[in-house]
Design a protein around this ligand. Structure first.
Ligand code: NAD
Length: 307
C-alpha cells in the first residue's frame, strides 16, 4: 500500500517524520513529492499511489484519472475546494479533510484580536481589559467552543448561540450561557466572535441592525468568513456609531474604504492567518495519516466529505 504525500508547499520536517511513523508503523510505504513545480510531476507520482495526502495542492480530474490505484485523498486542513469532488466520487474515491486540527490556532487569534483592539492596537493611550466583559460566541463549533473556554479563562462572561447544538451539557460543561436568539446575543455582547460557516442562510446575515444593537464600545471579531458580513451594513453602522469596532482575519471588499473612514476602529490582517501556525500544520498532517490508516484498517470514513 503506497501513501503519497504531495505538497507543493511542504509540511514541516516534524510533520513529515510523524506522518512517516504512522504510515510505516501500519506497514505501508510512504512516498514524498515536495516542492514540485510542474503538474506532470504530480501526475507521475500519483500513478501508483493508493492514498494521497495534500495541503492546498490541486487534485483535478486529470490528477484523479492518472491515479489508477487511488482509493482515498485527505486534504490536511479544513477547506477542500482544491479537490475535484465530482471526479473523485465518480471513481469511488473517498475524500476527507481534517476538521478541528487548526481550531486552537484560530481561537487564539480571536482572543488576541480582542486584546489588540482593547489596547488601541498597541499604540500609546489608555486601553481597556477584556476581563469582566461579555463575550458572545456566534456558532459553538470546533473554533467557537475553544474561544468560549479561553474567554472564560480570561475572566469573561461567555454567551453562545448555536441552534444546531441541542445538548445543553455542551455549554454547561464550559460554563457558557446559551441565548435564545441571534438578536439577544448581539445585544448583550461587548465582544462578539463570529464562527458561523458561510452558508445560504448565513451569507450577508451580519449587518447594520445587529451591529447597531450591540452595547456601547462593542467589538465585532471575525475569524470566520467575509461572506457572512453585509459589508455596506457594517460600514453604515460604523459611521453612525463612533464607539463600534471591527477586526477581521478576512479583509472585506471595502477594507480600503473602511480604513479611510474609520481609522483605528477597523483592522484586517494582511492575509488570512488564523490557521497559520506550525502546530496546526503538524496536527493536520498527522491527522491525515491516521485517518488513512484507520480507513484502510477499519473502513472508517468519519471525515469523508463526498458521501
Ligand atoms: P465547525 O463546523 O466545527 O462549526 C461550525 C458551527 O456553526 C457548528 O457548531 C454549527 O452548528 C454552527 N452553525 C451552522 N450554521 C449556523 C447558523 N446559521 N447559526 C448559528 N450557528 C450555526 O467549524 P469551525 O471549524 O468551528 O469553523 C468555523 C468557521 O471558521 C468556518 O467558517 C471556517 O471556515 C472558519 N475558519 C477560519 C479559519 C481562518 O484561518 N481564519 C480557519 C479555520 C476555520
Amino acid at each position: 500500500m503506497k501513501i503519497l504525500v504531495a505538497t507543493e508547499k511542504p509540511f514541516a520536517k516534524k510533520a513529515v517524520d510523524g506522518i512517516r511513523g504512522i504510515v510505516e508503523g501500519a506497514g505501508y510505504e510512504l512516498s514524498l513529492l515536495e516542492k514540485y513545480t510542474d503538474k506532470a510531476q504530480l501526475l507521475e507520482a500519483v500513478a501508483d499511489a493508493d492514498a494521497l495526502i495534500i495541503r492546498s495542492d490541486k487534485v483535478t480530474a486529470e490528477v484523479i484519472a492518472a491515479a489508477k490505484n487511488l482509493k482515498i485523498v485527505v486534504r490536511a486542513g479544513a477547506g477542500y475546494d482544491n479537490v475535484d469532488l465530482a471526479a473523485a466520487t465518480a471513481r469511488g474515491i473517498v475524500v476527507m479533510n481534517t476538521p478541528g486540527q487548526n481550531s486552537n490556532a484560530v481561537a487564539e487569534l480571536a482572543i488576541a484580536m480582542m486584546i489588540f483592539m482593547a489596547r488601541n492596537r498597541f499604540t500609546p493611550g489608555t486601553g481597556s481589559e477584556i476581563q469582566g466583559k461579555t463575550l458572545g460566541i456566534h456558532a459553538y463549533g470546533n473554533v467557537g467552543k475553544l474561544v468560549g473556554r479561553k474567554g472564560r479563562a480570561m475572566g469573561m462572561k461567555v454567551l453562545a448561540y448555536d441552534p444546531f447544538i441541542t445538548d445543553a451539557a455542551v455549554f454547561e460543561a464550559d460554563g457558557v450561557e446559551t441565548v435564545a436568539s441571534v438578536a439577544e446575543l448581539y445585544k448583550r455582547s461587548d465582544y462578539l466572535s463570529l464562527h458561523i460557516p458561510a452558508t445560504a442562510e448565513t451569507k450577508g446575515s451580519i449587518g447594520y441592525e445587529l451591529l447597531m444593537s450591540m452595547p456601547k464600545g462593542a467589538t465585532l471579531v471575525n475569524t470566520a468568513r467575509k461572506e457572512v458580513i453585509d459589508e455596506e451594513g457594517l460600514r453604515r453602522a460604523l459611521a453612525e456609531r463612533e464607539d463600534l469596532k471591527y477586526i477581521t482575519d478576512i479583509a472585506p471588499a471595502n477594507q480600503a474604504e473602511l480604513d479611510e473612514q474609520f481609522g483605528k476602529r477597523v483592522f484586517a490582517t494582511a492575509k488570512k492567518m488564523g490557521a497559520e501556525t506550525a502546530e496546526a500544520n503538524i496536527n493536520a498532517g498527522l491527522a491525515a495519516a491516521s485517518q488513512i490508516v484507520d480507513f484502510f484498517k477499519n473502513g472508517t470514513t468519519r471525515f469523508q466529505v463526498n458521501k
